[in-house]
Design a protein around this ligand. Structure first.
Ligand code: ZN
Ligand code: ZN
Length: 364
C-alpha cells in the first residue's frame, strides 16, 4: 500500500488556496517525498490535472521502478529541463506556477524564467515542507526502524569501548555498525565528545583516547530508507564530579517535563518553556545554549522547530526530538535526546534506551 498518491493529492488540494494553477517542485527531498524518486536533477510539475516527473535518460529505468502511476517526461540530450517545463505548462494551460523560492538559486530561477514566456512564477515557501511535518504511517514505520538500528548500535557498542578507543574510532564504529544492520549510514556525522568536548554542541570527534575523560557524550542517528533518527546519551565513569551528577539530574528532569507536555494543540514554545523552567529550578538554565528540538524525517532537521521563538503548534503525526543540554566550557557537556511521535491522544517516545544517571555509566 503506497501512501505517495495521498501526499500528491494533499499538495494538489492546496493549490487553490495558494491561488496557483500548478506547482513546480525542484527540491530533491521534496521530489522524493512526493514521488518516491531517489535520484537527482529531476522536477515534479503538479497540476490539478495530474503530476509529471521531468528527468533525463539516466533515470528512465529508475523512475519506471520507483514512480509507478506518475506521468514521466524524459528530455532528450538536446533539450533543456526548462524547455520541458515550458512545453508541459503550455499544454496544461497553467499560467500561475508556484516555485520553491527558498530552494531555487537566483541563477536557476532567472534561467527558468527567461525560457518560459507567458508564465508567472509565484514565490512560495515551505509548501511541501509543511506537508512533510505530518508523517504518514509509512514514514512512522521507517523512522521506528531508524531508531531501532541506532539503539541497537549503541547498546552493542558501549560495552566494547576501551581506554584506547579514540573519539574518531567510536564515530567510525557507529557508522560501520549502522550499515551492517541495514541502515544507509548515519543520518548525520556522529558527535562523540569526551570530557570538555561535550561542552561544544556541534563538536567534531578527534584522535583523543577516551580514557582521559570521565564523561562521554554521543549524539548519533541512523538513516533508514531515507528516514532519520537522532539520539543523544551522555555517559559517565564512576569518578565523575558531583557538579556533573547534579547537572545531569537537572537535564533529565527538563527532558521528562517537556516530553510530558507533548500532545496535539500544544505549542512548540510551551514545550520548550517547560524544559527551561526545569533547568531554571536546578540553577543551570544559563548553560542551555540552543533550542529544545526539531522535527525529523527525510532530513535530520525539519519543522517544527522547538524553541522560544517557534510559532508551530504540535499535531498528531509529527516526529520531534527533545534534547535539552547544558554546556560548561573546558569541563563537560550533557545532552539527552529522544525521538517523540505526537499521537492523537498525546505522544509516544519512539526511543527506549535507559537514561537515568545510573543507567548511563561506562566502564573502560
Ligand atoms: Zn542529535
Ligand atoms: Zn537533534
Amino acid at each position: 500500500m503506497s501512501t505517495l498518491p495521498t501526499r500528491l493529492q494533499r499538495l494538489t488540494d492546496s493549490l487553490d488556496g495558494l491561488e496557483l494553477d500548478a506547482m513546480l517542485v525542484t527540491d530533491e527531498t521534496n521530489v522524493r517525498y512526493l514521488s518516491g524518486f531517489t535520484g537527482d536533477s529531476s522536477f515534479l510539475l503538479v497540476t490539478p490535472q495530474g503530476t509529471s516527473i521531468l528527468s533525463d535518460g539516466r533515470y528512465t529505468a529508475q523512475i519506471a521502478e520507483q514512480c509507478a502511476g506518475i506521468e514521466t517526461q524524459i528530455r532528450s540530450s538536446t533539450q533543456l529541463l526548462r524547455d520541458v517545463v515550458k512545453e508541459l505548462l503550455s499544454s496544461s494551460g497553467a499560467t500561475k506556477v508556484g516555485i520553491e523560492a527558498d530552494k531555487l538559486t537566483l541563477a536557476e530561477f532567472q534561467f527558468l524564467e527567461a525560457g518560459c514566456d507567458g508564465i508567472e512564477f509565484v514565490s512560495t515557501k515551505a509548501v511541501v515542507e509543511k506537508l512533510r511535518m505530518i508523517k504518514d504511517e509509512a514514514e512512522v514505520l521507517l523512522t521506528r526502524r531508524a531508531v531501532e538500528i541506532a539503539e541497537r548500535v549503541f547498546t552493542e557498542l558501549v560495552p566494547t569501548l576501551t581506554s584506547e578507543h579514540t573519539e574518531k574510532q567510536v564515530a567510525h564504529e557507529i557508522e560501520h555498525r549502522m550499515r551492517l544492520l541495514g541502515a544507509e549510514g548515519c543520518s548525520f556525522a556522529p558527535i562523540v565528545a569526551a570530557g570538555p568536548g561535550g561542552a561544544l554542541p556541534h563538536y567534531q570527534p578527534q584522535n583523543l583516547p577516551l580514557a582521559k575523560h570521565r564523561s562521554l557524550l554521543i549524539d548519533w542517528g541512523a538513516k533508514y530508507e531515507g528516514y532519520a533518527s537522532d539520539l543523544t546519551r551522555t555517559l559517565h565513569q564512576q569518578n565523575v564530579s558531583d557538579a556533573f551528577k547534579r547537572a545531569y539530574e537537572g537535564v533529565l528532569e527538563a527532558q521528562l517535563a517537556a516530553i510530558e507536555l507533548i500532545r496535539p494543540g500544544v505549542s512548540a514554545r510551551e514545550v520548550d518553556a517547560a524544559a527551561r523552567a526545569a533547568l531554571e529550578r536546578h540553577g543551570i538554565l544559563d548553560a542551555f545554549k540552543h533550542g529544545l528540538g526539531h522535527g525529523t524525517g527525510l532530513q535530520i532537521h525539519e519543522s517544527p522547530r522547538m524553541s522560544p521563538i517557534s510559532d508551530e503548534i504540535l499535531a498528531s503525526g509529527m516526529i520531534i526530538t527533545v534534547e535539552p543540554g547544558v554546556y560548561y566550557d573546558g569541563d563537560f557537556g550533557i545532552r539527552i535526546e529522544d525521538d517523540i511521535l505526537v499521537t492523537d491522544s498525546g505522544h509516544e517516545v519512539l526511543s527506549t534506551l535507559p537514561k537515568g544517571l545510573d543507567d548511563c555509566r561506562f566502564i573502560l
